[in-house]
Design a protein around this ligand. Structure first.
Ligand SMILES: *[C@@H]1O[C@H](CO)[C@@H](O)[C@H](O)[C@H]1NC(C)=O
Ligand SMILES: *[C@@H]1O[C@H](CO)[C@@H](O)[C@H](O)[C@H]1NC(C)=O
Ligand SMILES: *[C@@H]1O[C@H](CO)[C@@H](O)[C@H](O)[C@H]1NC(C)=O
Ligand SMILES: *[C@@H]1O[C@H](CO)[C@@H](O)[C@H](O)[C@H]1NC(C)=O
Length: 439
């Protein structure tokens, strides 16, 4: 027969291999002998010869070499010797441009990092105006610590795109590689009640792993109105802004983790931001996906993550560092603050307040009485090294001492620092601190 069966071909193939193997044994011995000698040589050199022993592969193997999680640690906080640094996100929408500039000037300090964002509802001209302002400010240009998000995000009020925007800014701030200790998320209708020197001074006295986040697991009416409804945020996939839409079915309350809720304003420690962005544990990611269909996710996402992770729940301080005036019972929006709220704001000892109408007269009062800030200028601090008015300078425009940066670690705390220290002191009292964590 002309055709060979496959079996036959296989047979002839294996017989030729058998033939080849005649020289395999001597050759492989020749090859392995030097290798064996090499291993023995290094074995004798190694200061830890037991590492080569087979015993180390047995059940005595430490878990650290097997589980990836054990290699991932909470990142270290910066040394306590230098004053802390803050990273701010200041965001706004249509019409917030000028107010955002004012808030930025009131919050500026050369040690901090800033990201400003005008969402996609604001027209391009408004973003361009903000860009020109940030690019041309002599100090921002010199220190390069104010950045602007050029590809604006589409943000739906109450939708998950708000949390996505906050995470976006936080990851950019990590990516930039600047040192910072706390991440603070503000909007253009927030305003500080203390100077940055006050804030940095008060924060220099507390552990840098603390997270200021107002929270509770007593979700009350929110169980029915927030946790059970399912929403979809069109901001995730449409090019135009639209309100969230509701799915008629309702879902049950999660059992894999416990829901927490609270204020959308917070100061998060760098280790916790690292944990949320890097996701070295899967929890921040799963909870993010859960919150994609949750109404008002900014009032629950970080709260639920922090209180369900045993590494971070002991670092929570149950306060949002804001003075906010709510109706009783609270409605969707807080009151706009005016001059009649000034003394209540100050006596709250909070470092920030909201919500303010653009250029409300009370902001001028805060500027002059609490921040010592002149219109259009930066809040003075210990770092301002330029000449002051009167020191051979008569032109007030040329006399801004803060256009020259001196020693940025030289803080000059004022009465604002004392107020803030009173607030932090009471929050860290034994009866307030541990008992109010993740309850
Ligand atoms: C962050 O800031 C914005 C203001 O632009 C606010 O509406 C939002 O709820 C904040 N919080 C979070 C967790 O995103
Ligand atoms: C957190 O605090 C609780 C109670 O004070 C304690 O039992 C637990 O070990 C602490 N956890 C960590 C990770 O420090
Ligand atoms: C002001 O100018 C005079 C003379 O030019 C100089 O002697 C003096 O030191 C200056 N004062 C300050 C505070 O710079
Ligand atoms: C900067 O100021 C701090 C605090 O006042 C001081 O300890 C430090 O020595 C100063 N550094 C320089 C270079 O002057």
């Amino acid at each position: 027969m002309a055709m060979k069966s496959p079996l036959h071909r296989g047979g002839s193939f294996s017989s030729s291999r058998l033939y080849d193997r005649k020289w395999i044994l001597p050759v492989s011995l020749l090859l392995t002998l030097p290798l064996l000698l090499l291993v023995l040589f290094f074995y004798s050199l190694s200061p830890f010869p037991f590492l080569f022993s087979f015993a180390s592969f047995g059940s005595s193997t430490p878990a650290s070499s097997l589980f990836i999680e054990s290699k991932l640690r909470i990142s270290a906080t910066s040394p306590i010797s230098s004053p802390p640094r803050l990273a701010y996100l200041i965001s706004g929408s249509l019409g917030d441009g000028p107010m955002l500039q004012r808030t930025l000037l009131a919050l500026y300090h050369p040690s901090n990092s800033y990201i400003v964002h005008l969402d996609r509802e604001a027209p391009q001209e408004e973003r361009d105006a903000l860009k020109v302002f940030v690019e041309n400010h002599p100090l921002f240009k010199e220190i390069e610590n104010v950045k602007m998000i050029a590809k604006a995000n589409l943000i739906t009020y109450r939708g998950p795109t708000m949390v996505a925007n906050t995470l976006h800014a936080a990851s950019l701030l990590l990516w930039e590689g600047n040192d910072w200790d706390w991440f603070i998320n503000l909007s253009a209708s927030d305003y500080p009640l203390v100077t940055q020197d006050d804030l940095l001074y008060a924060f220099s006295k507390i552990p840098r792993d603390l997270n200021f986040i107002d929270h509770t697991s007593d979700i009350g009416w929110k169980e029915f109105q927030r946790a059970k409804p399912v929403i979809v945020d069109p901001g995730l996939y449409m090019t135009k802004k639209a309100d969230v839409f509701w799915i008629p079915q309702r879902r049950s309350v999660p059992t894999a983790f416990k829901l927490f809720t609270g204020s959308a304003w917070m100061a998060l420690s760098r280790p916790f931001v690292d944990y949320c962005i890097w996701g070295w544990d899967n929890l921040p990611r799963t909870i993010l996906m859960y919150y994609a269909n949750f109404l008002s996710s900014p009032e629950g996402y970080f709260h639920t993550v922090i209180c369900n992770s045993k590494e971070f729940r002991n670092t929570t301080v149950n306060h949002d560092l804001h003075f906010i005036s709510w109706d009783n019972p609270p409605k969707q929006h807080p009151h706009h603050l005016t001059a009649s709220d000034f003394s209540r704001m100050v006596s709250s000892n909070a470092p920030f307040a909201r919500k303010f109408r653009s250029n409300d007269p009370v902001l001028d009062q805060i500027d002059s009485d609490l921040l010592h800030r002149s219109p259009g200028m930066i809040v003075p601090g210990g770092w301002c090294a330029g000449k002051k008015l009167g020191e051979n300078v008569t032109d007030s425009a040329a006399s801004d001492p803060c256009l020259v940066v001196g020693n940025a670690t030289d803080l000059q705390p004022g009465p604002g620092a004392e107020r803030l220290e009173r607030l932090i002191g009471s929050l860290l009292l034994e009866e307030n601190f541990r008992p109010r964590q993740c309850k």
